[in-house]
Design a protein around this ligand. Structure first.
Ligand SMILES: [Zn+2]
Length: 260
């Protein structure tokens, strides 16, 4: 019954015209949007409207919440699930909390199977069965620069995907045996490769923060997949392939990362 009501609310929402000004926010702040086909852009516009309506939005430190903030963040989050058949708009994330700038985190957050958030100064956090917390300044900068391989919104919402099965283990829900086997083999190899390269002090395409634990590895690999797809396909073809299969997207074919 509840899901029937939810679906009805969503249908009604999408019957309304796309709010004025939101397309401008997308074009200015979400550079990935411009790389998408017209069909994918239309899907993303629908998805982000549902996402925005679905979440509680809160701000801290006197930050005034605007539509620009919601659109910019929702579009980047929904890019992850754009082509997935079976998702429910990050259902486990009920609240998005925005700080104006990077914030001090006094806690180390632990989820089952791994550390979710580090203490210190953070640009973002994803809490297990809790909110996603973001610095608006970093969320905006990440949306505007899509080829630096860093994107705090993609990173934190990749954690949310990871947590969807109740475990924080760098493995989101997968379709079954063969995909899981490929995923486990490739992710384990690539994670070890990053740890060893970090120890030797070698330059790496993936941010070395990914060597922290398997949860961070998946989040960092996701940022790189969407932002430096061409490079990842070239330097880490097996990693690129398992992420392409999971996200059902091919960022390298969109030319993302060419300007690196
Ligand atoms: Zn992380």
């Amino acid at each position: 019954m509840i899901s029937w009501l939810r679906n009805r609310r969503r249908r009604k929402l999408l019957e309304l015209p796309f709010p004025e000004g939101w397309e401008r926010h997308l074009r200015r702040n979400v550079h990935h949007y411009q790389e998408l086909s017209r069909e994918d852009q239309a899907k993303l516009r629908d998805d982000l409207r549902i996402f925005i309506d679905d979440k509680f939005w809160e701000t801290v430190d006197g930050l005034e919440l605007t539509d620009e903030m919601k659109v910019t963040i929702a579009a980047q989050a929904c890019l992850l699930t754009l082509r997935m058949d079976d998702h429910d708009y990050f259902r486990g994330v009920r609240t998005v909390i925005l700080y104006p700038n990077p914030f001090l985190n006094r806690h180390r957050g632990h989820g089952p199977g791994g550390i979710v958030s580090e203490g210190g100064i953070n640009s973002g956090q994803a809490w297990f069965r809790g909110p996603v917390i973001l610095s608006w300044a970093q969320a905006l900068a990440g949306g505007r620069d899509m080829t630096d391989g860093r994107n705090v919104v993609l990173h934190e919402f990749a954690h949310a995907l990871d947590m969807a099965d109740g475990l924080v283990n760098g493995t989101p829900p997968l379709s079954g045996g063969e995909q899981s086997a490929r995923w486990f083999e490739v992710m384990t190899d690539e994670y070890q490769r990053l740890i060893e390269a970090s120890r030797r002090g070698e330059p790496t395409l993936l941010d070395k923060y990914g060597a922290t634990n398997v949860g961070e590895f998946f989040a960092v690999a996701t940022e790189c997949f969407f932002e430096r797809g061409l490079w990842m396909r070239h330097l880490h073809p097996r990693l690129y392939e398992v992420l392409r299969e999971y996200y059902q997207q091919d960022p390298a074919a969109r030319g993302v990362g060419q300007r690196v």
